[in-house]
Ligand binder design. Structure first.
Ligand code: GRF
Length: 201
Protein backbone atom coordinates (compact mmCIF):
# COMPACT_ATOMS: atom_id res chain seq x y z
CA UNK A 1 0.00 0.00 0.00
CA UNK A 2 1.29 3.48 -0.85
CA UNK A 3 2.38 5.60 2.09
CA UNK A 4 -0.27 8.02 3.34
CA UNK A 5 0.44 11.59 2.28
CA UNK A 6 -0.58 14.45 4.54
CA UNK A 7 -1.40 18.08 3.76
CA UNK A 8 -0.81 20.48 6.66
CA UNK A 9 -2.59 23.85 6.69
CA UNK A 10 -0.96 26.58 8.76
CA UNK A 11 -1.09 30.31 9.45
CA UNK A 12 1.79 30.96 11.82
CA UNK A 13 4.86 29.68 13.64
CA UNK A 14 4.22 26.00 12.89
CA UNK A 15 5.45 24.25 16.01
CA UNK A 16 2.77 21.57 15.56
CA UNK A 17 3.82 21.23 11.94
CA UNK A 18 7.38 20.67 13.19
CA UNK A 19 6.23 17.89 15.51
CA UNK A 20 4.54 16.19 12.55
CA UNK A 21 7.62 16.66 10.34
CA UNK A 22 9.80 15.12 13.06
CA UNK A 23 7.45 12.21 13.71
CA UNK A 24 7.30 11.37 9.99
CA UNK A 25 11.10 11.58 9.75
CA UNK A 26 11.65 9.32 12.76
CA UNK A 27 9.15 6.75 11.48
CA UNK A 28 6.77 7.28 14.43
CA UNK A 29 4.12 8.21 11.87
CA UNK A 30 4.06 5.86 8.86
CA UNK A 31 3.27 8.70 6.46
CA UNK A 32 4.86 11.64 4.69
CA UNK A 33 3.90 15.29 4.37
CA UNK A 34 2.99 16.01 0.74
CA UNK A 35 2.51 19.75 1.11
CA UNK A 36 2.25 22.60 3.61
CA UNK A 37 -0.20 25.36 2.71
CA UNK A 38 -0.39 28.74 4.43
CA UNK A 39 -2.90 31.56 4.11
CA UNK A 40 -0.22 33.94 5.47
CA UNK A 41 2.77 34.76 3.34
CA UNK A 42 5.13 35.35 6.25
CA UNK A 43 4.19 32.27 8.27
CA UNK A 44 7.34 30.76 9.80
CA UNK A 45 5.75 27.36 9.18
CA UNK A 46 6.52 27.80 5.46
CA UNK A 47 10.22 28.11 6.31
CA UNK A 48 10.06 24.98 8.43
CA UNK A 49 8.57 23.11 5.48
CA UNK A 50 11.22 24.48 3.12
CA UNK A 51 14.01 23.42 5.48
CA UNK A 52 12.57 19.91 5.57
CA UNK A 53 12.39 19.78 1.77
CA UNK A 54 8.59 19.79 1.74
CA UNK A 55 6.54 21.64 -0.87
CA UNK A 56 5.39 24.89 0.73
CA UNK A 57 2.63 27.02 -0.79
CA UNK A 58 1.22 30.38 0.15
CA UNK A 59 -2.38 30.68 -1.02
CA UNK A 60 -3.57 34.27 -0.49
CA UNK A 61 -6.92 34.81 1.17
CA UNK A 62 -9.86 35.75 -1.01
CA UNK A 63 -13.16 37.40 -0.14
CA UNK A 64 -14.93 34.29 -1.38
CA UNK A 65 -13.77 31.69 1.16
CA UNK A 66 -14.87 28.79 -0.97
CA UNK A 67 -12.76 30.02 -3.91
CA UNK A 68 -9.79 30.27 -1.56
CA UNK A 69 -10.38 26.73 -0.36
CA UNK A 70 -10.77 25.47 -3.92
CA UNK A 71 -7.30 26.80 -4.69
CA UNK A 72 -5.99 24.99 -1.60
CA UNK A 73 -7.86 21.79 -2.46
CA UNK A 74 -6.34 21.79 -5.95
CA UNK A 75 -2.86 21.65 -4.39
CA UNK A 76 -3.86 19.02 -1.82
CA UNK A 77 -5.30 16.82 -4.55
CA UNK A 78 -2.33 17.38 -6.87
CA UNK A 79 -0.19 15.97 -4.07
CA UNK A 80 -2.60 13.05 -3.55
CA UNK A 81 -2.95 13.70 0.16
CA UNK A 82 -5.28 11.34 2.02
CA UNK A 83 -5.32 13.35 5.24
CA UNK A 84 -5.58 17.10 5.83
CA UNK A 85 -4.34 18.48 9.16
CA UNK A 86 -5.16 21.99 10.35
CA UNK A 87 -2.24 23.02 12.54
CA UNK A 88 -2.65 26.57 13.75
CA UNK A 89 -4.70 27.39 10.65
CA UNK A 90 -6.61 30.40 11.89
CA UNK A 91 -9.61 30.25 9.59
CA UNK A 92 -12.91 28.47 9.90
CA UNK A 93 -13.27 26.14 6.94
CA UNK A 94 -16.47 26.13 4.91
CA UNK A 95 -19.02 23.38 4.39
CA UNK A 96 -17.46 22.79 0.97
CA UNK A 97 -14.06 21.93 2.47
CA UNK A 98 -15.50 19.90 5.35
CA UNK A 99 -17.58 17.71 3.09
CA UNK A 100 -14.80 17.30 0.51
CA UNK A 101 -12.42 15.97 3.16
CA UNK A 102 -15.00 14.43 5.47
CA UNK A 103 -13.47 11.88 7.86
CA UNK A 104 -9.96 12.87 6.84
CA UNK A 105 -9.76 16.43 8.12
CA UNK A 106 -8.28 17.00 11.61
CA UNK A 107 -7.62 19.97 13.86
CA UNK A 108 -5.78 20.58 17.11
CA UNK A 109 -7.17 22.91 19.74
CA UNK A 110 -5.48 24.14 22.95
CA UNK A 111 -8.23 23.23 25.45
CA UNK A 112 -10.26 20.25 26.56
CA UNK A 113 -13.20 20.54 24.21
CA UNK A 114 -16.10 21.17 24.40
CA UNK A 115 -14.82 23.70 26.97
CA UNK A 116 -13.14 26.84 25.73
CA UNK A 117 -13.45 26.51 21.97
CA UNK A 118 -12.58 29.54 19.83
CA UNK A 119 -9.46 31.59 19.36
CA UNK A 120 -8.36 31.89 23.03
CA UNK A 121 -8.57 28.42 24.55
CA UNK A 122 -5.74 28.90 27.04
CA UNK A 123 -6.71 32.41 28.15
CA UNK A 124 -10.35 31.44 28.59
CA UNK A 125 -9.57 28.34 30.69
CA UNK A 126 -7.36 30.43 32.98
CA UNK A 127 -9.89 33.25 33.28
CA UNK A 128 -12.65 30.77 34.09
CA UNK A 129 -10.62 29.26 36.90
CA UNK A 130 -10.46 25.75 35.45
CA UNK A 131 -8.16 23.44 37.45
CA UNK A 132 -7.25 21.35 34.42
CA UNK A 133 -6.92 22.16 30.76
CA UNK A 134 -5.09 20.56 27.87
CA UNK A 135 -5.46 19.92 24.19
CA UNK A 136 -7.81 18.12 21.84
CA UNK A 137 -7.26 16.59 18.43
CA UNK A 138 -10.56 16.17 16.63
CA UNK A 139 -12.06 15.54 13.25
CA UNK A 140 -13.47 18.71 11.75
CA UNK A 141 -17.18 19.16 11.17
CA UNK A 142 -19.11 22.24 10.15
CA UNK A 143 -19.05 23.86 13.58
CA UNK A 144 -16.23 25.62 15.39
CA UNK A 145 -14.04 23.14 17.33
CA UNK A 146 -17.01 20.78 17.51
CA UNK A 147 -16.13 17.62 15.58
CA UNK A 148 -15.63 14.08 16.96
CA UNK A 149 -12.74 13.90 19.45
CA UNK A 150 -9.79 11.63 18.68
CA UNK A 151 -7.34 12.32 21.51
CA UNK A 152 -7.16 14.64 24.52
CA UNK A 153 -4.25 15.33 26.85
CA UNK A 154 -4.69 16.96 30.24
CA UNK A 155 -2.47 19.46 32.03
CA UNK A 156 -2.94 20.86 35.53
CA UNK A 157 -3.54 24.58 35.84
CA UNK A 158 -1.15 25.89 38.51
CA UNK A 159 -1.95 28.76 40.89
CA UNK A 160 0.82 30.91 39.47
CA UNK A 161 0.10 30.18 35.82
CA UNK A 162 -0.06 33.02 33.35
CA UNK A 163 -1.53 32.66 29.90
CA UNK A 164 2.00 32.11 28.56
CA UNK A 165 3.08 29.45 31.05
CA UNK A 166 -0.17 27.54 30.64
CA UNK A 167 0.01 27.81 26.83
CA UNK A 168 3.59 26.50 26.88
CA UNK A 169 2.65 23.50 29.02
CA UNK A 170 -0.32 22.73 26.79
CA UNK A 171 1.82 23.12 23.66
CA UNK A 172 4.19 20.38 24.88
CA UNK A 173 1.21 18.04 25.03
CA UNK A 174 -0.01 19.19 21.62
CA UNK A 175 3.30 18.09 20.18
CA UNK A 176 2.63 14.56 21.46
CA UNK A 177 -1.10 14.42 20.75
CA UNK A 178 -1.10 15.45 17.08
CA UNK A 179 1.53 12.94 15.93
CA UNK A 180 -0.26 10.24 17.96
CA UNK A 181 -3.62 10.97 16.32
CA UNK A 182 -2.06 11.04 12.87
CA UNK A 183 -0.25 7.76 13.52
CA UNK A 184 -3.56 6.12 14.49
CA UNK A 185 -5.17 7.45 11.31
CA UNK A 186 -2.23 6.29 9.18
CA UNK A 187 -2.50 2.83 10.75
CA UNK A 188 -6.23 2.80 9.95
CA UNK A 189 -7.13 2.42 13.61
CA UNK A 190 -9.73 5.19 13.90
CA UNK A 191 -13.46 4.58 13.46
CA UNK A 192 -15.99 7.40 13.62
CA UNK A 193 -19.46 6.48 14.88
CA UNK A 194 -21.58 9.58 15.28
CA UNK A 195 -19.77 11.77 17.78
CA UNK A 196 -17.53 8.99 19.04
CA UNK A 197 -14.19 7.94 17.66
CA UNK A 198 -13.06 4.48 18.67
CA UNK A 199 -9.46 3.38 18.52
CA UNK A 200 -8.78 -0.18 17.42
CA UNK A 201 -6.24 -1.92 19.67
C1 GRF B 1 -1.69 25.84 18.77
O1 GRF B 1 -1.86 26.16 20.11
C2 GRF B 1 -2.90 25.12 18.22
O2 GRF B 1 -3.53 24.30 19.15
C3 GRF B 1 -3.80 26.27 17.85
O3 GRF B 1 -2.94 27.26 17.33
C4 GRF B 1 -1.64 27.08 17.88
C5 GRF B 1 -0.71 26.91 16.73
O4 GRF B 1 0.64 26.84 17.12
N1 GRF B 1 -4.83 25.84 16.93
P1 GRF B 1 1.74 26.40 16.08
O5 GRF B 1 1.62 27.32 14.86
O6 GRF B 1 1.52 24.97 15.71
O7 GRF B 1 3.04 26.61 16.79
Amino acid sequence: MAKLRIAVLVSGRGSNLQSIIDACASGEIPAEIGVVVSDKEKAYALERAGKAGIRAEYVPEQKDRELHEKAIAKIIDEEKCGLVCLAGYMKLVTRYFVSKYSGRLMNIHPSLLPSFGGAHGQRDALAYGAKVSGCTVHFVDEGMDSGPIIIQKVVTVEDNDTQDTLAARILKEEHKAYPEAIRLFAEDKLRIKGRRVSIKG
